[in-house]
Design a protein. Structure first.
Length: 200
């Protein structure tokens, strides 16, 4: 599949990551600048199972470039065949092993058609992330923020979702971004508007 529909870059511009989700299964690769060339940085990353998980459909790097969050909105837990549940994976780069290693348990879908991970973003330190689930509640959508405290995922702030009529299909979370200090997020929808929220 094509490489580059999703991209991110470290604060100093020395590390980049790109996703290749269009081959259905999907993959992510990172590169680090070395003089005048870009060299592969760690291993190619793919989801554990499933042929159509779109791994790398969304991604984001921390400021240092050493933490990476990846969304796979069509992932099905356990390799099943139902829906587009999706998942989000957080990884750190291990300088000694020269590879990316999972930091925390994957954040999984709440229902079979959430499209969890359709869009993701993270704070500069790589420990707070925003996760979009635009397919949740029959395309009404929901956005949530989580902080990894080295033991478990803690949801921070309230759910951000459509408060309109039950038959709304605004798909909250078609795009998301988070401020570097994780105190503010912007959420895009399929209804031609963006809203900004403070995370308490």
């Amino acid at each position: 599949g094509l490489f580059g529909p999703s991209v991110s870059i470290s604060a100093d511009g020395a590390i980049i990551a790109g996703g290749g989700p269009d081959g259905d299964r999907g993959y992510v690769e990172a590169y680090r600048r070395n003089g005048l060339t870009w060299e592969i940085f760690g291993q190619r990353l793919e989801a554990d199972d499933g042929d159509t998980n779109r791994f790398g459909f969304s991604l984001d790097l921390s400021a240092s470039g050493l933490t990476l969050v990846i969304g796979a909105p069509s992932n099905v837990e356990g390799g099943g065949e139902i829906g587009n549940g999706g998942m989000v994976r957080l990884l750190d780069y291990d300088e000694d092993m020269e590879m990316w290693l999972p930091v925390a348990p994957d954040l999984l879908a709440l229902t079979p058609d959430d499209e969890t991970g359709y869009a993701v973003s993270m704070s500069s330190n790589g420990r707070t992330i925003v996760v979009a689930r635009p397919g949740l509640n029959s395309l009404r959508g929901r956005v949530q923020t989580y902080r990894w405290n080295s033991v478990e995922w803690i949801q921070t702030g309230r759910d951000v979702e459509d408060s309109a009529a039950a038959d709304s299909t605004d798909e909250w979370g078609r795009s998301v971004t988070m401020s570097s200090n994780s105190n503010r997020i912007a959420v895009g929808t399929a209804a031609d508007f963006v809203q900004v929220f403070e995370i308490q």
